[in-house]
Design a protein around this ligand. Structure first.
Ligand code: SF4
Length: 124
């Protein structure tokens, strides 16, 4: 993540992370959004290196437990049910984390959408 943002690892750790319960966690912005979300809320600044839980969302066991929970989760994430329909095999593959690219259609890639990479002000 530090490399993508163009800053040194120690700078990244000091500015964007904290420890809680012995685990390293990404900070939140004042509005409680992830610190890696761009300032205009349109993209993840570290998409290629995003954490496992981000790469596998929303295909988490606790969300896939039944249709009711899946529908409830849509209140949190309006993107659910809006993109590619994944097969069960693709979901299992994503969750095994064996080959993220195989289960991801690339629809959110910055370059494909003509979006700019993080600006200098996003890096500070
Ligand atoms: S994908 Fe993950 S790391 Fe990126 S902005 Fe969203 S919550 Fe943060």
């Amino acid at each position: 993540m530090a490399e993508i943002l163009g800053i040194k690892l120690n700078q990244f750790l000091a500015k964007y992370t904290h420890r809680k319960d012995g685990k390293l966690r990404l900070n939140e912005r004042i509005d409680h959004a992830c610190a890696m979300l761009s300032s205009d809320n349109t993209y993840c600044m570290v998409h290629a290196a995003r954490p496992h839980q981000c790469r596998t969302y929303p295909f988490w066991d606790e969300i896939l437990v039944n249709e009711f929970v899946w529908v409830l989760e849509q209140r949190t994430c309006p993107g659910i049910n809006m993109g590619k329909i994944y097969t069960e095999q693709e979901i299992l593959k994503i969750n095994r984390d064996e080959d993220q690219a195989a289960g991801y259609d690339g629809s959110h890639d910055l370059e494909k959408n003509g979006a700019s990479p993080p600006s200098k002000e996003d890096k500070t």
